[in-house]
Design a protein around this ligand. Structure first.
Ligand SMILES: Nc1ncnc2c1ncn2[C@@H]1O[C@H](COP(=O)(O)OP(=O)(O)OP(=O)(O)O)[C@@H](O)[C@H]1O
Ligand SMILES: [Mg+2]
Length: 259
């Protein structure tokens, strides 16, 4: 479904990605892990058409879509749940959802709205609430639901569990399982590397813009040489600089991560 070959992406003089190859087949759940600054977000952004690569190609369903505009990628069936959710806080839950379905007809949008509310009941009960009033977990559900409103064939998520309390991290992983069971195709960036490897069919490990490993989740979990990379990724799951003190309080963001 998705084939990335030899992709190099630069920001001015910085090469954020160097010669990266990655593929996702229909029905697969693929993880993308790696430490801070490895280029994970840049890779999703390059696939989604938010940035153009300096070299290499992106193919979606066999068509060369390298450098295609994000709206075109969305129409082609690829949606992204961006880092930090980026929901519209002044708009209501239902307005956010409708925006997610702009590429669909009004009839499809109504149908999709019913579908996502069934998947995320809390969004149904808070339809008219401004999205800025949602809790972190609810906001994350809204961000994912909004992406699903585009009826994507490939859903990419950038750190869906970031900044969530442990119990909500569990919810995010349950949701990934649920989407997998429904046969959806996912490419997920996660800082909870070990948990991601447990749910992923396959995964890729990026470090400093280069692919350092790939394989089945089980294979990668067994690679002790990658442990530092995984921990490097896990480390920053506690948000917020000086406030990021380890705590056992499961209700507090930055609380101890389940391992
Ligand atoms: N808009 C930008 N302009 C310049 N440099 C950037 C830009 N965005 C990212 N970079 C740089 O590109 C590299 C890769 O960043 P990227 O955000 O893709 O990493 P990441 O793996 O998603 O990191 P994180 O885990 O912190 O989200 C980093 O060195 C970063 O500083
Ligand atoms: Mg990132």
């Amino acid at each position: 479904m998705l084939e990335v070959s030899g992709v190099t992406t630069r920001y001015g003089a910085i090469s954020a990605l160097r010669q990266v190859d990655l593929s996702v087949a229909a029905g697969e759940v693929v993880g993308l892990i790696g430490p801070n600054g490895a280029g994970k977000t840049t890779l999703l952004a390059t696939i989604a058409g938010l940035v153009s690569p300096a070299a290499g190609t992106v193919r979606f369903d066999g068509a060369d879509v390298t450098g295609a505009a994000p709206e075109k990628m969305l129409k082609a069936g690829l949606a992204l749940v961006p880092e930090h959710r980026r929901i519209f806080t002044d708009m209501s839950v239902v307005e956010n959802l409708r925006i997610g379905g702009v590429t669909r007809t009004a009839a499809e949008r109504a149908e999709l709205l019913d579908e996502v509310v069934e998947l995320f009941p809390v969004l149904g009960t808070r339809r008219d609430t401004p999205a800025g009033y949602l809790s972190g977990g609810e906001a994350q559900q809204l961000a994912i639901a909004r992406a699903l409103m585009a009826k994507p064939r490939l859903l990419m998520m950038d750190e869906p569990s970031l900044g969530l309390a442990p119990i909500l991290v569990d919810t995010v992983f349950e949701l990934i399982e649920q989407l997998r069971a429904a046969g959806r195709t996912l490419l997920v960036v996660e800082q909870n590397a070990t948990r991601m490897l447990e749910v992923a069919d396959r995964a890729y490990v990026l470090r400093s813009g280069e692919l350092v490993a790939s394989g089945t989740g089980a294979d990668l979990l067994a690679r002790s040489d990658l442990f530092d990379t995984f921990v490097g990724g896990n480390d920053r799951s506690a948000p917020g600089g000086s406030g990021a003190v380890t705590t056992d309080d499961p209700d507090r963001p930055g609380g101890r991560q389940p391992t």
